[in-house]
Design a protein around this ligand. Structure first.
Ligand SMILES: C[S@@+](CC[C@H](N)C(=O)[O-])C[C@H]1O[C@@H](n2cnc3c(N)ncnc32)[C@H](O)[C@@H]1O
Length: 343
C-alpha cells in the first residue's frame, strides 16, 4: 500500500499567479470595449450590452468579473465604476490611463507570444531599442507616460525633489530627460521662485511644450531639445533632477554626470530618482517583472541599487545620500548629491 502524500506547502500560489493573467486580460478587454465609459451612472448588464454592443450573457459575465476585481460595484443588478476606475479609466476625463495600459499590454504580448522560445534562443537579431527610432511610438509612449505623471507620479516626484536640502532657495532647475515635462511643472509648482528647463530629445520636447502650454506653465517652464550624451545642456543650474532616465552603462553615465557637474552652479544639487534592482536582481518584484519584456528582447536591464551614488562619488559630488521611496506603488532609489561649493 502506498502512503498518501503529506504536503508541506500550499499550492494555491500557482493558481493565484495563473488567475492574475486572467485578470489582466479582462481589464484589457474592458478597456478595448470602453466599458467604463458607460458606467459613470449605474446601469444594468442589458443596457451596457446594448451600448457596447456585446452578447448580453457574456457582457453580464464580464461585468460580474470586473466587480470581482474591484473595478466596478454591483447593487440590485446595477453596475457602476468604483472611484479609481472612474478617475482613470473613462475616456475624456482629466487623466485617462487606458492608452498607457494598452501600450504596456502590447509590449507584453510581443514578449509573451514567444516567451519560452525567447528564453531558449535569446533575443534574436532585432536591433535593440529599434522602436525608439519610430516617431509614432515615441509619441505614444510619451503621451502614455504623461498620463501616469498626471495621475499622481509627478506630484510624488515633486515631493521627493522638494525634500532635497536647500530646495526652497533654488531658482534655476534642469529636468534632464524630462519627457513630457509634467514632473518639471509639478516641481515648479512646489517652489514659486523656480524656473525650470525640460531637456529631452527634440521630438519629445515638442510634446512637452504642448503640456506646458495646456497647464499654463510656459512663463516658468521652458524646453531644450537635444541628446544629453552629446549636446550642450545649459548651465548655472541650482538643481538638476533626473528621473527614470539614466539607464545607461557606466561609460555613458560618467559622460552625463561630468556634464551635470559642470552645468550645476557651485553648491548646486543633483537629484536622481530611478528604478533599481535589489537582492541580487530578484526584487522589487514589480520592477523585475515590468522590465522583463525589454530585457528579454536584448534591451537595457535595470541597474542595481547604488549605481548612481557610485557614479556621483566618482565625479566628486559631495553630501551624497541614498534612500528608497515609493512612487506609484513601486520602490525607486532616490540619490541626492551636491557639487562642492569651491569646485
Ligand atoms: C522613461 S522617460 C522619463 C521621463 C521623465 N523623466 C519622467 O520621469 O517622467 C525617459 C526619458 O529620457 C529621455 N532620454 C533618454 N536618453 C536621452 C538622451 N540621451 N538625450 C535626451 N533625452 C534622453 C527619453 O527621451 C525619455 O523622454
Amino acid at each position: 500500500m502506498v502512503k498518501m502524500p503529506d504536503p508541506q506547502s500550499d499550492f494555491s500560489v500557482f493558481g493565484d499567479m495563473f488567475y492574475g493573467a486572467v485578470a489582466s486580460r479582462l481589464l484589457m478587454s474592458a478597456i478595448d470595449l470602453a466599458v467604463f465609459d458607460h458606467l459613470e451612472q449605474a446601469a444594468s448588464a442589458q443596457a451596457v450590452a446594448r451600448l457596447l454592443p456585446a452578447h448580453p450573457r457574456n457582457a453580464q459575465l464580464m461585468l460580474d468579473a470586473l466587480c470581482a476585481l474591484g473595478l466596478l460595484r454591483k447593487s440590485q443588478g446595477q453596475y457602476q465604476n468604483q472611484p479609481p476606475t472612474s478617475e482613470f479609466l473613462v475616456r475624456g476625463k482629466a487623466v485617462y490611463l487606458g492608452h498607457w495600459l494598452q501600450l504596456a499590454d502590447e509590449s507584453w504580448q510581443d514578449c509573451l507570444g514567444g516567451l519560452t522560445d525567447k528564453i531558449r534562443s535569446g533575443p534574436g537579431q532585432a536591433p535593440p531599442d529599434e522602436h525608439w527610432n519610430a516617431a509614432a511610438y515615441c509619441e505614444r509612449f510619451t503621451r502614455a507616460h504623461a498620463a501616469t505623471s498626471l495621475a499622481g507620479v509627478a506630484r510624488q516626484m515633486a515631493a521627493i525633489v522638494a525634500d532635497a536640502p536647500g530646495f526652497d532657495a533654488c531658482r534655476r532647475m534642469l529636468d534632464l530627460g524630462g519627457g513630457p515635462g509634467v514632473n518639471a511643472m509639478a516641481v515648479a509648482q512646489a517652489n514659486e521662485g523656480l524656473a525650470a528647463v525640460v531637456f529631452d530629445r527634440p521630438e519629445i520636447v515638442a510634446i512637452a511644450r504642448g503640456y506646458i502650454d495646456e497647464y499654463g506653465m510656459s512663463a516658468r517652464v521652458s524646453t531644450m531639445g537635444g541628446d544629453y550624451l552629446s549636446d550642450d545642456i545649459g548651465g548655472e543650474y541650482d538643481l538638476i533632477m533626473v528621473t527614470d532616465s539614466l539607464y545607461y552603462g557606466d561609460a555613458e553615465l560618467d559622460q552625463v554626470l561630468a556634464k551635470c557637474r559642470q552645468a550645476l552652479a557651485p553648491g548646486g544639487l543633483l537629484v536622481g530618482v530611478h528604478a533599481v534592482l535589489t537582492e541580487e536582481a530578484t526584487q522589487p518584484a514589480k520592477m523585475v517583472l515590468a522590465m522583463l519584456p525589454e530585457a528579454l528582447a536584448g534591451q537595457a536591464a535595470l541597474p542595481e541599487r547604488g549605481f548612481l551614488a557610485r557614479a556621483m562619488a566618482r565625479h566628486g559630488f559631495a553630501e551624497i545620500s541614498s534612500r528608497m521611496a515609493m512612487v506609484a506603488g513601486a520602490p525607486m532609489e532616490v540619490n541626492v548629491g551636491r557639487r562642492p561649493a569651491e569646485a
